[in-house]
Design a protein around this ligand. Structure first.
Ligand code: NAD
Length: 472
């Protein structure tokens, strides 16, 4: 059992203000793997007071002090790699290879990036007669989801540390143990008391206490658009900054000149990764109408190669995170069938032989139209939709016909054509032929959010700008 009923506040593991212990489930076995405490407003108050005290000094800490701390954290991450991976696998069902690879890799990667950015980041700039100072915003409340849990913690904690902020983290109550290990890493690396605090709990208990807190200067949130709206509304009376990284329904335009079957296969496999629980997942594949049959064959073949199963075995995907998610995904698969989409692979129910665990069959729908529920709602499961387009103008129109604008993908041989289309897509990211960069800005247009994380862009989210005039 992975029990952790204490919170990390002011450099110590302390008991919650009131006892409220909950079970955490392994989605592969449907058995309890441990317990955590659900905190309350009193715990948040205590953490905020500690963070506020720590801010007095940390805001003026030197670049070298912050770099030393980040380097120490990176070294500690290296020592706890296996623990982190096994916690992620147990609590959210990721196969060990994925947990050990990208999940923990992104934590270390963002720490390394923060170090590199901090080495040369300009915290002040003389602009003619004015000195512009980029100062830490203060105490930051961080609320994170379960799907890439360490990545989302990393995107917030490292730039906040590097810019001189102090913080209270509330990780997802569904996958909290990786965050507990992360707090142990911070402690072992020597983070000064109060600079980083961890309070576990759910949205109503701890999340709302954070978003509405009068002494928190900013909330940095990653999660669903539904929760993002509630957080922004609750935060409004305090006029704190609210940075939001929300949902997505990302198009993947397969151009006519692409190596077609291979591009469709890659897009299908990418959709299924992490059991489809990725906010940037290429969930709407757009192919030329006349190549729909070819696309069906290639996607079916790729989907059939995806092996759901025990995260500790050789499966390529594990279960989805919870019974609630499984039920929601099943409802959407049924809806796709009822709306007349062509079921090309997978379908309702569990994969054969996997009755225990929240397993979903890797599913592909083709002949989908963009007004269908499965093309509009974020499914957050291993379910791909394939839509047809007339020409590239039509492809752009369909790509943009969504309330989301997080990511998008284009596959094709002529990069100049892809670049022209990229300019017309209303989304924070366009990955051409799988392009990927740890320093690239990450964030959404429209209902996908308003902040920018990763690399130097992540630093700006946590900074205030002060103009000191008359000094030129
Ligand atoms: P969720 O919104 O249910 O929960 C996210 C976090 O918010 C959890 O810690 C939860 O306890 C907390 N929370 C929920 N309601 C709250 C409230 N009213 N006030 C304060 N806190 C509250 O999301 P989830 O199911 O954990 O994660 C999946 C969602 O996250 C998907 O929509 C996905 O697209 C999105 N996501 C976005 C990004 C991105 O960077 N844009 C990255 C990953 C996940």
């Amino acid at each position: 059992m992975r029990d952790c009923t204490k919170f990390y506040i002011d450099g110590q593991w302390v008991d919650p203000a009131r006892a409220d212990t909950r079970e955490v489930e392994n989605p592969a076995t449907e058995k309890a793997i441990g317990h955590i405490s659900f905190g309350s407003a009193a715990d948040v108050d205590k953490a905020v007071a500690a963070a506020r005290r720590a801010f007095e000094d940390w805001q003026f800490s030197s670049r070298e002090t912050r770099l030393e701390l980040l380097r120490a954290i990176l070294a500690e991450i290296g020592k706890r790699r296996e623990d982190l991976a096994s916690a992620i696998s147990d609590e959210m069902g990721a196969p060990m290879s994925l947990a050990n690879g990208p999940h923990v890799g992104l934590l270390a990667g963002h720490c390394q990036t923060a170090i590199e950015v901090l080495e040369s980041f300009e915290f002040e700039r003389q602009d003619g007669p004015t000195l512009h100072l980029y100062e830490p915003i203060g105490v930051v409340g961080m609320i994170t989801p379960w799907n890439w849990p360490l990545n989302q913690i990393a995107c917030k904690v490292f730039p906040a540390l590097a810019t001189g902020c102090t913080m209270i983290l509330k990780p997802s109550e569904i996958a909290p143990f990786n965050a507990v290990i992360f707090a142990e890493i911070m402690d072992a690396a020597g983070v000064p008391a109060g600079v980083f605090n961890l309070v576990n709990g759910d949205g109503p208990g701890v999340g709302e206490a954070i978003s509405g807190h009068p002494d928190i200067d900013m909330v940095s949130f990653t999660g669903s658009t539904r929760a993002g709206v509630a957080i922004a509304a609750n935060a409004a009376p305090t006029v704190k900054r609210v940075a939001q990284e929300l949902g997505g329904k990302s198009p993947n335009i397969v151009l006519d000149d692409s190596v077609f079957a291979q591009s469709v296969a890659r897009g299908t496999t990418a959709m299924m990764g992490n059991s489809g629980q990725t906010c940037t997942a290429p969930s709407r594949m757009l192919v030329p109408h006349q190549r729909m049959e070819e696309a069906k064959a290639a996607a079916r073949e790729a989907a059939e190669k995806v092996v759901p199963g025990d995260p500790k075995g050789n499966a390529t995907i594990g279960p989805v995170v919870s019974k609630a998610q499984w039920d929601k995904i099943q409802g959407l698969i049924e809806q796709g069938i009822a709306d007349g989409a062509t079921l090309v692979a997978g379908g309702p129910g569990k994969p054969e032989g996997l009755e225990t665990g929240h397993y979903v069959r890797p599913t592909v729908f083709a002949d989908v139209t963009n007004d269908m529920t499965i093309a509009r709602e974020e499914i957050f499961g291993p379910v791909l939709t394939i839509l047809g387009y007339e020409d590239y103008d039509d492809a752009v129109r369909i790509a943009n016909d969504t309330e989301y604008g997080l990511a998008s993908h284009i596959t094709g041989e002529d990069v100049e054509t892809a670049k022209k289309l990229a300019r017309r897509i209303r989304a924070g990211r366009v990955a051409i032929n799988g392009g990927y960069d740890m320093n690239a800005a990450f964030g959404g247009y429209k209902k996908s959010g308003n902040g920018r994380e990763w690399g130097r862009f992540g630093f700006h989210d946590f900074l205030e700008i002060k103009a000191v005039m008359g000094v030129g």
